[in-house]
Write a protein that binds this ligand. Sequence first.
Ligand code: NAP
Length: 489
Amino acid sequence: MQARELRVVVLGAGMAGILAGIRLQQAGYGNIAIYEKADRVGGTWRENTYPGLTCDVPSHHYTYSFERNPDWTRHLPPGPEVLAYFERTAEKFGLDQLIRFGEEATSAEFVDGRWELEFSTGRRDSADVVIAATGVLHHPRYPDIEGAGEFSGKLFHSARWDHSVPLEGKRIGVIGNGSTGVQIVSALAGKAGHLVHFQRTAQWIMPVENGEFTREERAAFHDPEVLAAAMNVEEYNAAVERYTEAIIDMDSPGAREMGAYCLANLEQGVTDPELREQLRPDHAPLCKRLVFSPDYYQAIQHPNAQLVTQGIARIEPGGIRTDDGELHELDVIVYATGFRPDRFMRPMRITGPDGVDLESFWAERPKAYLAVSMPGFPNLFMLNGPNGPVGNFSLIDIAEHQWVYIEQLLARLRDGHCEQLAPTREAMDAFETERVAAAKQTVWFRGGCVSWYLDDQGVPSSWPWNYSRFVKEMSQPDWAAFGVDAPGP
Ligand code: NAP
């Protein structure tokens, strides 16, 4: 057994790639490169710049555990502050030296024990290990609406916001009422001349506080003890546990409690009975990812705002015509229509040693053993890969737990115990069978709605168990699943 230096390539410099870079350096890996297709770090927080952009995870919990941020201005972190936090953190930990910007990986092929990578610029690199930190929700989903090309105003997706377009006093239509559409409408009510929110399916809206922290509070948070007390990580994790329990058991007390909050919010927050009925969801709470909002109901009742529940028939030069024949005249249309959740590293081509490529391996649906690794693709590990937990909690925390697991895999490769690590096909198949069966018990499947949690076959793609199971699974690899002996004591 001979220790070896590993060349580790990280793909992506968003939240997860920055985490990988920091942790690799801290663990003494000296031969690292991080490739980022854009010209800045930040991932989703770089790409999304829409008005009202906010993270709906409480501010102090939306940080790396080792780099808290006492300076958040609000209870929920505003998007630009989140981006600044990631930029600051990447710089503080010296990642600027490691990140190569403007380099999109186009292919990776495992040849003679190494990953041979190619980039859109023509650059090539070779690595012992590849960490894919390429994000989950980043390929915009464009709806197929007839006539979209004929619109005479401005039309863009929420994740491709055109800041050259003036909004003040304009007639703006927002299609979609997920977390994004709700945040945009809340920000634009009162600013637009007329704001039309096109809703296909009503959403459950969880009320949430989003006040500003006072100057005194922010000063006090610089004392780590004060910040830790304010955060109360244990209580927060218990809330995440209850949330995941509610997902897997839609009849659980937690699920009923969350549903009751949302229902009370609707009953008390919307005065006009007709509007209230239009906003009343027809599916179980949590079936779609809960929308947290302090002010959406207020915004949609603003005199300049209008909720439209008629289906969209087509887009015309002058605006959107709905199924009832009415033309909603508009200057700007925003597609807040979400993302393609099945992309991950794609369109990158990835080919394992036995010639199997990722497209074939994911032909039925994206899958990965414990969301981290795949049989036939040795030494390729994913942060926030398919089937990991994604919900109303911090993905930073999820990635940190995944890193605990990945770091143990890396250590085995570095200490020379093995040259390649990939789960066995048996481990993958057993995991996938159990996962799909569990997924069909969740509220995502049973709750009577369609959402981006469902894959093309209608099976929920996200982690179908509770948070503590995830933390436990990530605490230590089951080495037998990788076909290797457990490390000695
Ligand atoms: P989304 O939740 O997928 O919502 C897409 C919306 O577009 C839905 O309301 C959908 O209606 C509607 N839609 C899609 N195609 C349509 C069509 N052809 N005609 C009419 N309506 C159509 O997308 P999102 O709001 O961008 O959110 C995606 C995810 O991003 C969130 O769930 C969350 O994970 C993340 N996110 C997080 C935050 C945060 O604060 N942490 C903020 C924003 C986004 P139906 O419901 O009828 O399908």
